[in-house]
Design a protein around this ligand. Sequence first.
Ligand SMILES: CC(=O)SCCNC(=O)CCNC(=O)[C@H](O)C(C)(C)COP(=O)(O)OP(=O)(O)OC[C@H]1O[C@@H](n2cnc3c(N)ncnc32)[C@H](O)[C@@H]1OP(=O)(O)O
Ligand SMILES: O=C([O-])CC(=O)C(=O)O
Length: 370
Amino acid sequence: MSAAKGLEGVVAVTSEISSIIDGVLTYRGYNIDDLAEKSTFEETAFLLWNGRLPKQTELDQLKKDLDAHAAISEIVIEQLKAYPKDVHPMSMLRTAVSSLALFDPEAEVKTEASNHNKAIQLTAKIPTIITAFARIREGKEPVAPKSGLGFAANFLYMLNGEEPTEVAAKALDKALILHADHELNASTFAARVTTGTLSDVYSAVTSAIGALKGPLHGGANEQVMATLEEIGSVDRIVPVIEEKLANKEKIMGFGHRVYKDGDPRAKHLREMSRQLGEQKADTKWYDMSVKIDELVVDKKGLKPNVDFYSASVYTYLDIPRDLFTPIFATSRVTGWTAHILEQYANNRLIRPRAEYTGLANQKYVSINER
Ligand SMILES: CC(=O)SCCNC(=O)CCNC(=O)[C@H](O)C(C)(C)COP(=O)(O)OP(=O)(O)OC[C@H]1O[C@@H](n2cnc3c(N)ncnc32)[C@H](O)[C@@H]1OP(=O)(O)O
Ligand SMILES: O=C([O-])CC(=O)C(=O)O
């Protein structure tokens, strides 16, 4: 029995939700390039959960349901106010989502219908939680969600207290589509492992948030921005990146376990970064990103992943750096819950083996003789 380190190349589940074949990413068989250009986040969520695109009435109903469930209770707001202001928003989100279960009388109900409702409710509430905490930690009151604005616009509205421009709302909407699902990534796997024990949806999503937080996964987008800020200007890129590479440091936002010839989502985010930078008449972060991209491709043959250009996109949208990964969770919860529903529908406990490499035949020695 020999281990596949990091489970590389191991096919652990069958899934009908998203696929990466020959570097092409699809959700339910629809190319991500098409969805990014033509769909909306709400429509993409419906697609992931239901396996098909919605009719107009179904899409309208989903939007109504998301609006109806977006508010968070006074108890949750009081909890957010009680959390230390300086905790990482991903830690806050992990705890807050977990605590939602305590106030859901259906938390332990595991019917398909109840779990589908929880998918909608969690997707609706996560933006409200993130933006409420972002405001509370700055000494401001949370802004209640506004019905009819649309999911992405509502996020920015609740964050800033004013309705966003159409350009900003559209850019965030597209970023959310691009992040919604990604086959058996680490956080989705965590969600499926938890579901595989027949635990509840809240536990599975809490596991996933914990996994997404790490800098080798969703947490990389925040680290990309930290790198851009650390470098500070185009002329410092070559010496700083070369030093990092010489020290065998990872350049955040590059490389991928599955894509060896580039992440198909990155080109969309790169173009969005360019456009948003030009609209702001401040292309510094975009220019720096392009230069780092060219250098890392040249020196290491590594291409940017989804996290690389999303950092400058979110910065151009005036989103604080430590909210980048929570925004990833805002989108990915649709993919997580689609996988949770699929796992329940065809469950078997997920329990691989470990190749034992420890000591053998140890003789027990009593404590006073050690
Ligand atoms: C949404 C997402 O989760 S996308 C990924 C987000 N994560 C990041 O951007 C963090 C930076 N990237 C990485 O750490 C990796 O590329 C991962 C985690 C994404 C993939 O990891 P793995 O498939 O395990 O690749 P692994 O870490 O074994 O890398 C293979 C080789 O490329 C190097 N490498 C991989 N990524 C990078 C990087 N970003 N910078 C520098 N070197 C890198 C490794 O050091 C290793 O070199 P070696 O063979 O000389 O030891
Ligand atoms: O699939 C992965 O390993 C990571 C990733 O790109 C994602 O989760 O979007």
